[in-house]
Structure formats: C-alpha cells, structure tokens
Design a protein around this ligand. Structure first.
Ligand SMILES: *Cc1c(COP(=O)(O)O)cnc(C)c1O
Length: 490
C-alpha cells in the first residue's frame, strides 16, 4: 500500500503548535513594535505557514525528490536534450570556495582568477567552433539564438542594409522561429524533403537580398549530418546573408569538424547539453555564442579581455564598441560555464573527439538493435541521435509513440522525446549519449521489445507505477496551477 503521508502537501500535514525545535521562553524584554515601525508596516496576524516537525519536512522533500527521474537515477535518452551523465568532479570544482563564493559585485581586480577561467573558456569555445569571437552572456541556447539574431540585425543596420527575413528548414527546433520573430524578423520555412536534408533547389527559391540569416542545426534534428552544408552556406553568402548554426547537436561533431570550417558565421552552444551542466525541467543553462571576426564588435557584453603590461597579465570586462547590450546580469551564468570549463579541461582535445565518436557509436548501435520494431524512415546511419517511427506499430497494433514513452517509465527508463520533429509520423527521438554502457543500451532494447508485445489497452493507461499518470500536457502548459490551494479547490 502506498504511504499517502509521503505525498500530501505540507499544509495538509500541519498541526497547530507543532515545531521543529521548542526554544525556552525568551528572557529578552519585548519591545513595543508600534514604537519603532508605522502601523501600516505591521501585520495583525501570523503568516499562514504549515506547522510541522523537522522530520515531516525532511521526509516530505526527500520523498518528492525521489518521484522524479534524473540522469543520476535513470537512463535518460531524451533526444535533442543531450542528457548525459554529469561528472561529480566538475560539481566539486565549480563549488570551490574561490569560485562558488565569489560575489558577483566583486571588482575585476578582486576576480582575476574567475576572469582568467572565463577568458580561457571564451578561447576554447572559439577554437571548437572555428569562430573566434565569443560572448558568454546568453543564459540558454534559445537566448543565444536571440542574441545572435540581434547581432545580425545590428550588423546589417551598420552596413545600411534592411534585411527582413530569417529562413529555416522544416525540421528546425521551435526556438529558431520563436527567436527570429522576437528579434523582429519575418520567418520563412522551407518545405520538408524526402531525405530529411535541406533541398538546395528549394533553398535557392527562398533566399534573396532580403534574407538576413539562415538558421540550421547540423547535425539536424533528424540526427543527420547536412552533407551539403558548404554548398548551403555558399548559396546564403552569395546573396549577402549570414548562416547561423544551432549548436544544440555539437555533441556529434566535437573535434571532428567545426561550424566555422563548414561555412557558419554564428552559432550558440548549449553548455548544459554538450558540456555536462546538469539540466532539466527548464534550467539552469548557458548559451554562449561564437561569431566571425567581422561580427565581434556587435557581441553582447561584457566580454572578458586580457592585457599584458610590464610582465603583468590583467583580465578585465569590456563592452564591444557596437554591442547590442547585455543579455543578462553580470558575466553570464557562471555556475554552468565553470562546469563546462572543467569538463573541457578534464577531457582535452582527444577526449572531446572521443566523446563525439562514442555518442555516434552508441546511437547507431541502438538504432540497429531497434530497427525491426522501431524503424528509422530517414537516413541509413545517424549521428548522435536518431528519429524512429512508431507508425507501423500504431497502424498494426494500435500502440502509439506516447504509449511506449509512458510505459518506459514503469520499466525505469526516462522516455525519449516524442512527436518531434514534426516531419516524422509517431516520432521517437532517441539520444543515448556517450556516457551509457552497452549493458544499459541492451536493457533499454529489451524493455522496448517487451513493451510492444503488451496489450494495447493496458498501454493506453500507462504509466501504472508513477504517482502522476497522464497529465493533460496542453492544459498543464496553458493553465498551470502552481499553488496547492488552487488544486485543492477543484
Ligand atoms: C535544446 C535546443 C535548443 C534550445 O536550447 P535551450 O538551451 O533549451 O534554450 C535549440 N535548438 C535545438 C536543436 C535544441 O535541441
């Protein structure tokens, strides 16, 4: 039987007068608050807080924490999100006293160590991208996109050009058109193609001297490398436009190829994905952008600079001369940036390349093992992830991608991304990452094989073992009830 005390709200467990600690009666004389504060500032009743013993509170939060799946508890093949294991070494280093306790208002003079780390990180990210100018400001990939589009906008304005359009393929992540619209551009979407790659003829029809930026994820969201990327970039450059590489899939190409080398002009990193910042449920993140030299003056600031004088090295913060301004407070989401820095230093150049090779190997292994039950409609080989289709299971067995995803939770696996990208029917986007062993991948394959043999009615009701079964995801996003009292009323 389920212990319901463990999952009830603290307010319901409250009992008048219950306390974590009972202190002896104070022998300090009470002061008359009315003599020191205006009556309008004084409350007439005690705050409505639950009254509980320490054990009630600790058990409540410990139990809540175990109802979630995370990378530390479960295999988490959530495509496009790169939920890889976050090594504890980097957690420990990011928390060291000199870094974790540094006050954001400390002067550059008093933050030389931190600034040196961030300066080195800028250089490493520039090197991995093949795009030398870096700003660590943006707090997530989506904010990096927005920042880079503002950079593009400022660049064209500076040249006296008025370009209004941002173009992207139909497999683009939703944040791409959202960022373009927020930055004031008109969005133009290419038609879906047979092979899942950008169709050059279709691209040529959609770009002209009004095109500011072409946004492309490479490898794309189908897990396929855009083999014509150099040609694509040439088409854009020939009309004077810029190419933006959405770097969310960098995990597949680290140390193998670079966005700057295949023609990209700007990109973002998702440090929390590619470089093991712990993330999930919307945060935290860091989305530095890297751009070509001729765009450096427009970057969001401050950026970290280094100067040498009389044998002394000094690090400082500076705003680029034509900067679009700040994207967030201070110098970026330092907690996540530090984890990325330690990850890069731990692995080194060869280690980074190994990451991508193993991520691609794991994805192809899983793809091959599942190909008879979950075929992949586009691409013979994949990069670090693949998009399988449950369409034949739906047609023949009445089992949907959602059914499999939900039932996997009962088997102790986090679900893959489902129904994205939209161009694949009953899509299941699976990204195992390099940190999983063959044993884990084999167990996942066994779970899927066992699920697809189950009764479809039983699967429609899955998950059967979680506290929450099938929430209405649309209502949850559109009409969130974030207050326990609002839930109780219903
Ligand atoms: C995750 C992701 C983004 C957005 O990044 P956030 O850091 O979540 O804002 C953009 N594009 C692709 C392809 C992604 O996978």
């Amino acid at each position: 039987m389920r212990n319901t005390i463990a999952t009830r709200p603290l307010f319901e467990l409250s009992s008048p007068g219950r306390r974590a600690a009972i202190l002896p009666k104070s022998d300090v004389p009470e002061i008359d608050l009315n003599s020191v504060l205006p009556s309008s500032a004084l409350s007439t009743s005690a705050p409505k807080l639950p009254e509980l013993a320490e054990g009630d509170v600790v058990r409540h939060f410990m139990n809540l924490s175990t109802q979630n799946m995370c990378v530390d508890t479960h295999f988490y093949p959530l495509g496009s999100c790169t939920m890889k294991y976050n090594p504890k070494r980097h957690e420990r280093l990011a928390r060291t006293h000199g870094l974790g306790d540094l006050h954001p208002f400390a002067t550059p003079q008093d933050s030389q160590g931190m600034l040196e780390i961030l300066f080195e990180l800028q250089n490493m990210l520039g090197e991995i991208a093949g795009l030398p100018a870096v700003s660590l400001q943006p707090a997530a990939g989506a904010q990096g996109e927005l920042a880079a589009l503002h950079v593009a906008s400022a660049y064209f304005k500076d040249k006296g050009e008025n370009r209004t359009k941002v173009v992207f393929p139909s497999s683009a992540h939703g944040t791409n058109p959202a960022s373009a619209a927020l930055a004031g551009f008109d969005c133009v979407q290419l038609a879906p193609s047979e092979d899942g790659l950008v169709d050059l003829e279709d691209l040529e029809k959609h770009v002209d001297d009004q095109t500011a930026v072409f946004m492309i994820t490479n490898p794309n969201t189908l897990g396929l490398f855009e083999k014509d990327i150099a040609e694509i970039c040439k088409i854009l450059h020939d009309v004077g436009a810029l190419v933006y590489i959405d770097g969310a899939n960098m995990n597949a190409i680290l140390g193998i190829t670079r966005p700057g080398d295949f023609g990209g002009d700007m990109m973002h990193y998702n440090v929390h994905k590619t470089f093991t910042g712990p993330h999930g449920a919307g945060g935290p993140g860091a989305g530095p952008i890297a751009v070509r030299d001729f765009l450096a003056d427009f970057l969001p600031g401050p950026v970290v600079t280094k100067s040498e004088s009389a044998g002394e090295t000094t690090y400082d913060l500076s705003i680029p001369p034509k900067s679009i301004g700040r994207m967030r407070s201070f110098f970026g989401n330092v907690g996540i940036l530090l984890r990325g820095y330690f990850y890069l230093r731990t692995l080194g150049a060869q280690g980074l390349r190994d990451v991508s090779e193993h991520a691609v190997l794991n994805a192809n292994y899983l793809k091959a093992c599942l190909s008879d039950v979950l075929p992949v409609p586009r691409g013979e080989y994949c990069m670090h992830e693949f998009v399988a289709s449950a369409k034949s299971l739906k047609d023949n067995n009445n089992i949907t991608a959602m059914d499999i995803a939900k039932r996997l939770l009962d088997y102790g696996f986090h679900a893959p991304t489902v129904y994205f990208p939209l161009v694949v029917a009953e899509a299941m986007m699976i990204e195992p990452t390099e940190t999983e062993s063959k044993e884990t991948l084999d167990a996942f394959v066994e779970a899927i094989r066992s699920i697809v043999k189950e009764d479809s009615e039983f699967l429609h009701e899955a998950p059967h073992q979680t506290t929450i079964r099938r929430p209405d995801e649309v209502a949850a996003a559109r009409n969130p009830l974030l207050n326990w009292q609002a839930c109780v009323k219903d």
